[in-house]
Each structure stands twice: as C-alpha cells, then as structure tokens.
Design a protein around this ligand. Structure first.
Ligand SMILES: Cc1cc2nc3c(=O)[nH]c(=O)nc-3n(C[C@H](O)[C@H](O)[C@H](O)COP(=O)(O)OP(=O)(O)OC[C@H]3O[C@@H](n4cnc5c(N)ncnc54)[C@H](O)[C@@H]3O)c2cc1C
Length: 415
C-alpha cells in the first residue's frame, strides 16, 4: 500500500509535519528509529509562536524574560522584555502530535537507508530491508540528513552550549524569572579568550528549588568546545558566589546554523533542521517547524489531489511551501546577520544586542520570529544599525554587505 506521505525522522519537525499531514486527511507514515524515545533537548519558544492547539504543552512560562549587559552598553544593565517565553513540556507536545499522527496515519519503527524515485512517487528503503512506498517522502532527520542531498557553499556556524539543572544557592536567576541572554562579561574575566569569544548565560528558575543554567556560544565558526562553555559556566557561577548542589541533569548543545540550503529540486523534500530551517542567527527552529507544518501539509495535499500529479511536481510544491521565495530572501538576510555576529568580539557583541533589544518590540520580534516580508526585515536591520555606536556602524554595515551583497540587495529591493 502506498502512503501519500512518508515522513522520515521523529524529532519535533518530522512529528509536527506528520501530524499536520494526518490533519489534512493524508495517509501518512512517520518513520522513527525508536518510537519510545523521548525528546531530551530543552526546547524554548516565544509563547506567541506556539500554535493555539499546543498551548498546553508548556512546562514553564516566563512573562518577562530579561537580557543583561555590562552597564556601559545598556543604562542600568538589564532590560525586561514584555514578550512571554516558554519552555516546552516535551512529553505533552510529543504525545499531542503523535495522537494526531495516529488519527490518520501510523508510526513505523525503522531507520531509512536510502530513497529511490519511482513512477508513482518515492520509495524509502529501511536499514532492515523493508520498502515504504509514498507519493512524497519528507526527510526530517535533523542536521545530518539521511536522505536529502545537502547543499554546498559557505560552511555553517555552530551553536554550542553547556548546561545543568541543579540546586544553586544563591540562585543566579531572579525568582520565577529567566535570563534570555545575560551577556555580562565581568564574571568571565580571566577566561582564555574572554575579550574575543563572546558567550552568554541562558538561565531559568524552574520553580522547585532548581534552576537551569546554560552558558552559550550563540554562533562561532569553527565551533567552540563544549568543555570551554562548561568551564565558563562554572566560572560565572563561582564569580557570583553560587554553590552548586545536586545536579539533576546536564545538557550539551552542538548544532550547525546558517549553512547552505539543500538543492531545491530533489525528489525527497527536507523539513526542519534537515531543510536549513534553523534560524541562521539565533539557532531557534522548533516553533517554526510547528507553525509551518500545516502550510506544508496543505500544499502537499493540494498537489497530490491534482489529477495529473507528477511526483516531481508534488515534491516541488512541497519544497515551495517549505521555502517560498520571500522566506529564502529572509534567510539570506539572516545569514548576513550571522556573518556580522561571527566577526564581533565580546564588547561589540554586547553593544550589538543592547541596540537590538532597544528596538521597538515589533521590530526585534520580526527579526527573531519572521518578518512580514524581506523588505520589512531589511528595515529592521537598518534600524539596529542606526542604534549602534558610531564606531560599530561602519563595521556592521560593511560586514553585512560583504557577507552576501546580492541577498542584501534582493532583500531590500524586492518584497
Ligand atoms: C540541546 C539542544 C537544544 C536546543 N534548543 C532549542 C530551543 O530551545 N529552541 C529551538 O527552537 N531550537 C532548539 N534547538 C535547535 C533545533 O531546533 C533542534 O536541533 C531540533 O531538535 C531540530 O528538530 P528536527 O526535528 O529538525 O531534528 P531532530 O530533533 O534532530 O530530529 C531528527 C530525528 O530523526 C531521526 N532520524 C535520524 N536518522 C534517521 C533515519 N535514518 N531514519 C529515521 N529517522 C532518523 C532521529 O532519531 C531524530 O528523532 C536545540 C538543539 C539542541 C541540540
């Protein structure tokens, strides 16, 4: 029996897309190496990005996340953001999505080895010798795609972080609150490369006497070592006089961002990290994958329903829904932003983010969560530039333009 869609990979992106396909009335199979395996990453998203039907999948909510800078960069040093941020309850989220998958499809245990085009669609061959025929195959196997061809071009940058969930006394986080980004560099004095390698603290009060603290290298090429981040975390906590008690969990984050998009016209359609959907300048992706899934599923359903549906045309329609032209332009602008960040040392990174979060909320929100159009995004980038100290303005402007002049021109001129 041929499914309409086989989604390979059961991370947040693949599971969300399989759920949306089932919701769109498509016969869908979600291929999972281990359907019992939970998601272990700590996923945070802006509350307003969470689709309404998934609002219950929240473990912790922070009404006013805070950002902090050394005093010279931002008045008193800290700023409260009036945009709620939530940490997802992975079990609730995953269970809700899997229930939706089962409502119109099935979950099959297995790993994909390769895909093969056939006249009616695409075949997925599993590592244990089974074949799953589909109208269209989606590769959602993460940043090392198992089936989809990867793109070529400028290599990605890497986000790296080291975190712990622990009892820490005194707590480095305000009670009930969180640091979205604490860039204060004072505690890191003495660290090798402190002035040239910017890192920040991402931290939240979990409410049961424990906190989650994670030292993060937002983007670096080549990647920073996890051990560097862990050492910096320890130093930051020690500088605040914090005593770390029982450690309940640890997290090591290493993933690429801003690499080239996969080649556009291929039979297998990538989704999620496999499709380069991780925000090139922030590393966020989960909310995007949740929100875009129904759009992509609807496009697939429509393409499959066409009486003369050629498999290549169905794949092309799906791809166009994953990456419509204006989102490709926005991504190019984000990549230009990434290239700028990669060139800034610790002080300049602080100055940059102090200016960024001093923008009206609608503007920084557009940069982080998707602008109405690429021209709007370009306008926000120019607005940040205007707020930067003069010595940084030329550097950032030239860095952005040099990173990808064509993309910049397209982003500014076409909307
Ligand atoms: C520790 C960590 C924390 C992060 N925190 C955030 C965050 O707070 N917010 C945010 O938006 N983003 C975050 N990210 C970035 C990004 O959103 C995640 O990496 C996200 O998990 C990517 O989702 P995905 O579904 O595309 O891929 P993945 O989560 O990598 O899922 C891929 C799935 O494919 C399966 N698979 C692999 N190979 C095969 C195969 N051959 N056949 C079948 N299945 C296969 C894997 O088992 C896996 O389940 C984080 C990343 C990490 C590493």
């Amino acid at each position: 029996v041929r499914d309409a869609v086989v989604v390979v990979g059961d991370g947040p992106a693949g599971t969300a897309l399989a759920a949306a396909c089932a919701g769109a009335g498509l016969a869908v199979t979600l291929l999972s190496p281990d359907p019992e395996r939970a998601w272990h990453n700590t996923y945070g998203v802006w509350e307003d990005e969470l689709p309404d039907q998934l609002r219950s999948a929240v473990a912790h909510r922070y009404a006013e996340p805070q950002v902090a800078f050394d005093a010279p960069f931002a008045g008193p040093g800290t700023r409260s953001l009036s945009r709620a941020y939530v940490v997802l309850d992975n079990t609730t989220l995953r269970d809700a999505l899997l229930a939706e998958v089962r409502s119109g499809g099935r979950i099959v245990q297995g790993s994909a080895a390769r895909a093969e085009a056939d006249p009616d669609g695409t075949l997925v061959h599993t590592t244990d010798g089974r074949t799953l025929p589909a109208g269209v195959v989606v590769d959602a196997t993460g940043h090392r795609p198992a089936l989809a061809a990867a793109g070529t071009g400028r290599p990605p940058a890497w986000q790296v972080a080291a975190g712990i969930v622990a009892r820490i006394d005194p707590s480095p986080v305000p009670a009930g609150g969180m640091w979205l980004m604490d860039w204060r560099a004072g505690p890191l004095i003495g660290e090798p490369d402190a002035p040239t390698v910017p890192t920040f603290l991402y931290a939240m009060d979990l409410g049961d006497g424990t906190v989650f603290v994670e030292e993060t290298s937002l983007a670096a090429r080549p990647a920073q070592a996890v051990t560097t981040l862990r050492r910096r975390l320890d130093r930051r906590l020690a500088a605040g006089g914090a005593r770390v008690g029982t450690v309940h969990a640890t997290e090591a984050v290493v993933f690429p961002m801003g690499g080239p998009l996969p080649p556009r016209r291929q039979r297998v359609v990538p989704y999620g990290a496999a499709a380069g959907m991780v925000h090139p300048a922030t590393g966020y992706q989960v909310a995007t994958a949740l929100r875009r899934a129904p759009v992509v599923a609807a496009a697939v359903a429509q393409a499959l329903a066409a009486t003369d549906a050629e498999p290549a045309a169905v794949s092309a329609a799906a791809w166009d829904a994953v990456w419509p032209p204006d989102l490709v332009r926005q991504r190019a602008l984000h990549r230009a932003g990434l290239e700028v960040l990669l060139r800034l040392g610790t002080a300049d990174t602080q100055a940059f983010f102090a200016a960024f979060f001093a923008l009206p909320e609608a503007d920084w929100r557009a940069y982080l969560s998707g602008a109405r159009c690429s021209r709007d995004l370009a306008r926000v980038m120019v607005a940040v530039l205007r707020r930067l100290p003069p010595r940084l303005q030329a550097r950032v402007a030239l860095g952005t333009a040099a990173a990808d002049p064509l993309a910049l021109a397209r982003g500014v001129l076409r909307a």
